[in-house]
Design a protein around this ligand. Structure first.
Ligand SMILES: NC(=O)c1ccc[n+]([C@@H]2O[C@H](COP(=O)([O-])OP(=O)(O)OC[C@H]3O[C@@H](n4cnc5c(N)ncnc54)[C@H](OP(=O)(O)O)[C@@H]3O)[C@@H](O)[C@H]2O)c1
Length: 286
């Protein structure tokens, strides 16, 4: 039997790069990693050609417009990539009998919850990025409901690309003190853990389509996350907690991002690491 092919789009992003690292542990699949220059998810014709050539059994969509603040003024680009792109990929998967794993975000919620967010809680994005990602979820599910898994995640970091952990390490070297918001609550997601969960789902004997939530375990604020980065890197920088009102950004941020991971744990038997050991692993690799 031919080795099933897994197509990874947006392969040069944080999650795509972590999947590249993990691919060696899955010799039963052949991987095709496509960055934006090789496959743009905005282009249905290019997607069709790519699917005809590579005949993937799975597509893992790591491509996204992730510049949250810029999305406020570049709504068209955000909606083309985050809104339409997943729909095109889902249609290509449906037409070729492939399955899609698409990645979304807690930003589809308004952040006013007081309890961990469940998959069927009402969505109400408060910025353009969140609205574009919600549109992408809807298009993907409309086009391939029986073959799509959507994983909503939050606060993603990795040794690759730009993210909060790397920014904090840089700022802590440059400045004697930094201010970090203390009134936004969530749990970070180490992209390597998310990549492992995705490949666990691909490799699972049971495929159950639908929306799932995934982040690392635990509950912290950005200030607490920054403080842990400070302590674990031995930095002497002072980290001060501030309210979000003292750190205005073009796009509003949800105050509550904590995801309830019960469904993905139970459905796919996934063991989710706590955020702090995963942070230590990432810091060790940096
Ligand atoms: N980062 C977070 O904190 C966070 C939180 C929640 C959810 N998510 C979601 O998690 C997923 C992975 O995020 P990430 O942090 O790995 O993002 P990332 O590092 O920004 O990577 C996204 C990749 O997509 C590529 N891309 C952009 N437009 C494309 C297009 N039209 N066609 C093909 N590729 C395109 C980008 O290429 P260029 O760099 O060349 O544009 C980049 O390599 C995304 O769906 C994101 O929305 C992320």
């Amino acid at each position: 039997m031919a080795t099933p092919t897994i197509l990874v789009t947006g392969a040069n992003g944080q999650l795509g790069r972590e999947l590249q690292v993990l691919a060696a542990a899955y010799p039963q699949y052949s991987f095709v990693f496509a960055d934006r220059s090789q496959l743009s998810i905005e282009d249905p014709q290019q997607i069709a050609t790519f699917f005809n050539t590579h005949k993937p059994a799975w597509c893992i969509n790591c491509a996204a417009y992730t510049a949250v603040d810029k999305a406020e003024t570049e709504k068209d680009a955000a909606f083309r990539i985050n809104g339409e792109g997943p729909g095109y990929l889902a249609a290509a998967c449906r037409n070729s009998g492939a399955r899609l794993i698409h990645v979304s975000t807690d930003y589809v919620f308004d952040g006013n919850s007081a309890t961990p967010l469940k998959e069927n809680d009402p969505t109400a994005p408060i910025n353009a990025y969140g609205a574009s990602k919600l549109a992408g979820e809807q298009r993907a599910m409309e086009n391939h409901p029986g073959g799509t898994v959507i994983i909503r995640t939050a606060w993603v970091y990795s040794e690759f690309g730009n993210n909060f952990v790397k920014t904090m390490i840089r700022l802590m070297k440059e400045r004697p003190a930094i201010n970090v918001v203390d009134d936004q609550i969530g749990s970070p997601t180490y992209a390597a853990d998310l990549a492992a969960a995705i490949l666990h789902i691909v490799n699972s004997p049971n495929f159950v389509p639908g929306i799932y939530h995934y982040s690392n375990e635990g509950r912290i604020s950005w200030y607490q996350f920054a403080s842990a980065i400070r302590n674990h890197t031995g930095s002497t920088c002072t980290v001060n907690p501030i309210p979000s009102s003292q750190f205005p950004t073009p796009a509003k941020r949800p105050h509550y991002s904590l995801l309830d991971k019960t469904l993905i744990r139970k459905t796919y038997n996934i063991i989710i690491p706590d955020w702090e050991p995963s942070l230590l692993t990432c810091l060790g690799r940096l």
